[in-house]
Each structure stands twice: as structure tokens, then as C-alpha cells.
Ligand binder design. Structure first.
Ligand code: NAP
Length: 291
């Protein structure tokens, strides 16, 4: 039996699993693409052969895959569901409040507890003092697991029993960030069109401001993720935009802004920039010249 299991070893899931191993917890890991388990196994984590085995291995199961739909697809199988009773699933992927409520409800039917989490940090900040992660769901469950979760960041915030809270606040913050980053890309394009160096634009923002970092990336012309600064690729941000669209549909509110963002992100990914820094949005804006 391990202390905790981690399902999903992308950039974020690997960082979460690594923090658990470094903290001295015994960790079982599973990922669809098996090779991604190797670096964790080298650190001391136990690779599982299947999702069912990863669930069976621990009382607490962290899940961090692209979407809640993907997470549900992994946990909903006849081979997995019988093992969920008495365990706690902690969902770290980006989702909507409705998806969080639905997850809590079906896991309850399986006899499992549920915590919904939202990470406000890039993978390289997991475990750092300023790494903020929001949690909601049963207070008793959070308090029981807190000892295992503290290694993930210095700013863990429990927001109460309304299980949609973390996802709602996460999407609200993402909406703000997306507005800022797309505005930055447009501003940088404007500088280019007017013959003004984007380095001058960058210098108007204080050191450490993500807007400054993005403008510096545009100025350097190297959009490789992590070349200068850590971040999430355009593809992952694009999935967050889809969650904003879903939330708006679920809540019966306008999706005007996410619909606009969705077109821009889809164009950027379709042009082959999905794995680049979000600063690469400027390439779609350049391609749109004259349109
Ligand atoms: P990523 O590097 O692209 O990894 C995606 C993970 O999801 C991989 O483990 C992938 O498995 C798995 N996956 C996708 N579809 C699947 C399916 N149908 N069945 C099984 N596994 C599937 O993305 P990430 O950056 O780790 O992001 C994961 C989640 O964390 C997202 O919801 C994202 O919004 C959230 N998040 C990310 C950041 C960030 O800065 N990266 C920050 C906050 C929140 P394979 O390896 O087999 O492809």
C-alpha cells in the first residue's frame, strides 16, 4: 500500500508526483504513455500496470489529466469502480464547477470521497512557498489529507464544502490571465506594425510581470516553452478556453469572450504552435494581417 497515487504524468502531474516523492511519501504512479513513469520510478515511485492498480494501491488518488472527461474515462471502467469505495479522489485538472459537482456525485455513488483542486502555478513552482492551490469539498476529508498535501505548495487554500468553488475561481482567474495575455500579444503586434521595438514594450512592465516575460519572448523570437520562462503551452491554455465556454453554457451566461478566444487559440494550434509558449499567439495575429 502507498500513501498516495498519481494518475496522469504530464508536465503538471509529474511535478505533483515528484513533490510527493521528495517529501518522503510512498507514491504509486500511472500514465497512459508508460514511458512518462520512468523518471518517477527512478526517483522511487512505484509504477502501476493499470488505473485499477493505481487506485487499489492508495487511500488517496490524485488525478491530473487534460480534462475531467478524460479523468472520468479512466475511473469509470468496471475494472476500476469497485476499487474506489473508501478512497478519496483529488482532481487537479482544469474543469468547470458543474464538472466538479458531477464528479463528487458519481464518486459518492461509488462510496468514494472527492476533493476538487485548482493549481495557480506552473509545474516548476510546485512545492515552492508561493505555489497556490485551491481546494474544496468535505472539510473532514481535506483536514485528514492535509498532511499529505502540504508538500505541494506553501499557499494551500481550503475554500469550503461547495465543491464548485475552486473551479469557479480558477476559471475566473484564467479568464483574467487570458485577457491579459491576448491583449499583450495584440499590443506587441501593434508595436511591430508601427516599427516600435517590442523590447521597449517589455521594459514598461516591472521585472517578474508575466506581461514583460511574454514581450521579451516575442522580442527574442524564441517561443520554445521554457527557453526563457516556464509556462503552459498554447494547447493547454486552449483547453482552458474550452472550459470557459462550457461553464458559460452550463450557467446560461454569455460565452462571447471565450468564443472569441477559442477562435484565436484554435488558429494558433492549427498553425503548428500548440506546444509553444502562449506568446506564440502573436503568430496567429501576424497570419491574420489583412483578414
Ligand atoms: P500535459 O503535459 O499535456 O499532460 C496531459 C496529461 O493528460 C498526460 O498525462 C496525458 O497522458 C493525459 N491524458 C490526456 N488525455 C488523456 C486520456 N484520454 N486518457 C488518459 N490520459 C490522458 O498537460 P499538463 O500541463 O500536465 O496539464 C494537466 C492538467 O493540469 C490540465 O487540466 C491543465 O489545465 C492543468 N494545469 C496545468 C498547468 C500548467 O502550467 N501546465 C497549470 C495549472 C493547471 P499521455 O502522457 O499519455 O498523453
Amino acid at each position: 500500500m502507498s500513501d498516495i497515487s498519481m494518475i496522469g504524468l504530464g508536465a503538471m502531474g509529474s511535478a505533483l508526483a515528484r513533490a510527493q516523492v521528495v517529501a518522503g511519501h510512498s507514491v504509486t504512479v500511472w500514465n497512459r504513455t508508460a514511458e512518462k513513469m520512468e523518471p518517477l520510478a527512478e526517483l522511487g515511485a512505484e509504477p502501476a500496470d493499470s488505473v485499477a492498480q493505481a487506485v487499489e494501491a492508495s487511500p488517496a488518488i490524485m488525478v491530473c489529466v487534460d480534462t475531467y472527461a478524460a479523468a472520468n474515462g479512466l475511473l469509470w471502467g468496471d475494472d476500476v469502480m469497485p476499487h474506489l469505495a473508501g478512497r478519496t479522489v483529488i482532481q487537479f485538472g482544469t474543469g468547470t464547477p458543474k464538472e466538479a459537482r458531477d464528479s463528487e456525485a458519481w464518486l459518492k455513488e461509488c462510496g468514494a470521497a472527492y476533493l476538487d483542486a485548482a493549481i495557480h502555478a506552473y509545474p516548476d513552482s510546485i512545492g515552492a512557498a508561493d505555489c497556490r492551490i485551491l481546494f474544496c469539498g468535505s472539510r473532514a476529508v481535506f483536514e485528514r489529507l492535509e498532511v499529505l498535501l502540504t508538500c505541494l505548495g506553501g499557499d494551500l487554500r481550503y475554500l469550503g464544502e461547495n465543491v464548485g468553488t475552486a473551479a469557479a475561481l480558477d476559471l475566473a482567474v484564467l479568464s483574467h490571465s487570458l485577457g491579459k495575455y491576448t491583449g499583450l500579444a495584440h499590443g506587441a503586434r501593434l508595436c511591430e506594425a508601427e516599427g516600435v521595438g517590442v523590447d521597449h514594450f517589455a521594459a514598461l512592465f516591472v521585472e517578474g510581470d508575466r506581461a514583460r516575460e511574454l514581450a521579451e519572448i516575442v522580442h527574442a523570437g524564441d517561443f520554445t516553452l521554457g527557453a526563457f520562462y516556464d509556462g503552459a503551452p498554447v494547447r493547454v491554455w486552449g483547453k482552458a478556453v474550452e472550459r470557459l465556454q462550457s461553464q458559460a453554457r452550463d450557467a446560461g451566461m454569455t460565452s462571447e469572450l471565450p468564443d472569441f478566444l477559442s477562435r484565436l487559440f484554435k488558429r494558433t494550434v492549427a498553425a503548428g504552435h500548440g506546444e509553444e509558449d502562449i506568446a506564440a499567439l502573436i503568430k496567429a495575429l501576424r497570419d491574420g494581417d489583412g483578414a
